[in-house]
Design a protein around this ligand. Structure first.
Ligand SMILES: Cc1cc2nc3c(=O)[nH]c(=O)nc-3n(C[C@H](O)[C@H](O)[C@H](O)COP(=O)(O)OP(=O)(O)OC[C@H]3O[C@@H](n4cnc5c(N)ncnc54)[C@H](O)[C@@H]3O)c2cc1C
Length: 551
């Protein structure tokens, strides 16, 4: 059995940044269920925030982030992220990221929602692609080993500490124990809990569920961001960068309806405000075929082709609409999980030897609503911090070979799956789950819709271990991976609903029709969910307020 110093689960931006931050004297490896450059970070479009401009400062960035998150973010972590952002952007550039330029040859920046300054650095509308590929080149240069297309099914916990993982080799088949003195989770988001989602099918909340099953708490899971503009019928993201460049939102009457909801910020109000506004317009009959319209025509052909080429391509290909000539039909869709594995500012979880960074973690910097451009920033800042801290932790620690007990348990679980007789298939239950969550746990929630969702998800949880696997082959058995992911998805869905039911207020992305007001007196606190035999056991933790008292 191989025992590494540090094993990083996930090779997206957070995982790669963590790996590059560790010392070259350590034995560091990464595990990824897909080839590293297929990690979902590659899909990020609009950009990454940093206060680089003469009229901006990290303090202003921190204020916007705290305010945009409705004061639920921990301000010490927010300050760390915003203070370190400019240095991180320059580091990325030195690593080879080709950012778009302004007329003076400096890194160009565009306006994004909820930001009081023009702060979002970008590489056209393919920012994630540009950063991920540059980072991957560095990974190759460092000759870091990647378990490519391996799927982690469980964490190994012995003597109260994380000692490695059990993983399925997707290419050849078979389970293996991979030992490590420290494990960093960087497994990305859980957007596929919802049916209408901007996320790739691989975003199934695995790391969050792995930590939860191992006893670490999940924080603020009820806060799921619904992006205001996803392409009709597909959930494909139309970046906020489009509104940053000046696109309008119109209803069926041709009105720029944001005048009613956010007359000052208009289309660049925070995502939760814009999503709620679109939801209202559609619900009150002023939508267009279940959508509203995003109008870019006045930007002109040249600017659309230069700054938003991918958006044009996606609209043409998936909706048959050329934004140079016609408005794009859009509606809100699940986009980002603000919650995740509870960590310190250095990526430490409550389980010794286990760290988390990126979208799977909750540091927490986004609070109740993430500002666009802050997530890519979070992956690199807190990926680096988690890598640094894990390296300190393992220095001098003796390698300990974990027992094969977790492996045997996982082997038994997979054998039981293969013995199932059906009738359900994993993809059917995943569809059912997504539809329940999109319908009952979307932009508008009430006790009744959430209770109904809870009942349905519990029933799905009971059916999930019995799904039929038609393919009994070991090589590239995608049915098996889907079935394992389904187990994670239902558990994540349960924590979202439990947190949302408990939180009797509206704040940011969590809007309750039965409690429409924000309630700082009772709810300016984090929700924590621990795994228990009957479902999530909830508790709470205080929010760290430093410089910005809630307004
Ligand atoms: C369409 C879209 C556009 C976006 N645009 C922006 C933007 O412009 N600006 C911004 O700030 N944010 C944006 N975001 C959000 C941002 O892209 C993500 O939050 C961020 O990239 C997540 O990075 P990550 O490293 O945490 O995870 P990911 O990049 O998703 O990587 C996760 C990794 O974990 C691995 N993994 C997962 N589970 C397992 C398992 N069980 N076993 C082994 N490996 C596993 C995967 O293979 C992958 O390598 C966007 C999000 C979407 C969906």
């Amino acid at each position: 059995m191989k025992v590494h110093d540090i094993l990083i689960v996930g090779a997206g931006l957070a995982g790669m940044r963590a790996a590059l931050a560790t010392s070259s004297h350590l034995d560091v490896a990464l595990v990824s269920k897909v080839h590293p450059v297929r990690s979902h970070s590659v899909a990020a479009q609009g950009g990454i925030n940093a206060a680089l401009g003469d009229h901006d400062s990290w303090e202003k960035h921190a204020f916007d982030t705290a305010k945009g998150g409705l004061y639920l973010g921990d301000q010490d972590a927010i300050e760390a992220m915003c203070r370190e952002a400019p240095g991180e952007i320059l580091d990325l550039e030195r690593l080879g990221v080709i950012f778009s330029r302004d007329g003076q040859g400096r890194i160009a920046q565009r306006p994004f929602g909820g930001a009081g300054a023009v702060r979002t650095c970008y590489a056209a509308d393919r920012t994630g692609h540009a950063i991920l590929h540059a980072m991957y080149e560095q990974l190759l240069k460092r000759r870091l080993f990647v378990y490519e297309e391996w799927y982690v099914t469980a964490l190994i916990v012995e003597n109260g500490a994380c000692r490695g993982v059990v993983a399925w080799d997707i290419v050849h088949g078979g389970l293996r124990t991979i030992g490590a003195k420290a494990v960093i989770l960087a497994t990305g988001g859980s957007g596929r809990v919802f049916f209408t989602s901007t996320n790739a099918v691989i975003n199934t909340g695995d790391g969050m569920a792995l930590a939860y099953r191992a006893g670490a708490p999940l924080e603020d899971m009820e806060f799921v961001q619904f992006h205001p503009t996803t392409l009709k019928d597909t959930g494909i993201l139309i970046t906020e960068g489009a509104r940053g460049e000046g696109a309008y939102l119109l209803n069926t009457l041709g009105e720029r309806f944001m005048t009613k909801y956010a007359p000052e910020q208009m289309e660049l109000a925070t995502r939760s405000t814009v999503s709620l506004a679109i939801g209202r317009e559609i619900a009150e009959g002023r939508g267009v075929d279940g959508c509203v319209l995003l109008d870019l025509r006045h930007l002109g052909r040249g600017r659309i082709l230069e700054r938003l080429p991918q958006i044009r391509e996606l609209s043409l290909e998936f909706a048959g609409v050329d934004p140079i000539e016609s408005p794009i039909p859009v509606r809100p869709g699940a986009h980002y999980q603000m919650g995740g594995v509870k960590t310190s500012q250095w990526g430490e979880t409550e389980l010794p030897g286990l760290y988390a960074a990126g979208e799977c973690a909750c540091v927490s910097v986004h609070g109740a609503n993430r500002l666009g451009g802050n997530s890519l920033l979070e992956t690199v800042v807190f990926g680096r911090r988690a890598g640094t801290r894990a390296a300190d932790y393992v220095r001098g620690a003796a390698p300990r070979t974990p027992s094969e007990e977790t492996l045997r348990r996982e082997q038994a679980r997979i054998s039981a799956l293969w013995a199932n007789r059906g009738p359900d298939r994993a993809w059917q239950l995943r569809d059912e789950l997504g539809k329940v969550m999109s319908f009952n746990m979307g932009i508008f929630r009430t006790r009744q819709t959430m209770k109904e969702a809870f009942g349905k998800i519990r029933a799905l949880k009971a059916r999930a271990p019995h799904v039929l696997l038609q393919d009994h082959g070991k090589v590239f058995n995608t049915g098996l991976i889907q079935a394992l992911e389904l187990g994670f998805l239902v558990e994540i869905a349960e924590t979202i609903i439990a947190g949302a039911l408990a939180r009797e207020e509206s704040r940011g992305a969590h809007y309750r029709g039965d409690f429409p007001a924000r309630d700082d007196a009772n709810w300016l606190k984090h929700t924590l969910a621990y795994q228990a035999p009957d479902g999530p056991r909830l508790s709470s933790a205080p929010v760290t307020i430093t410089s910005f008292p809630p307004q």
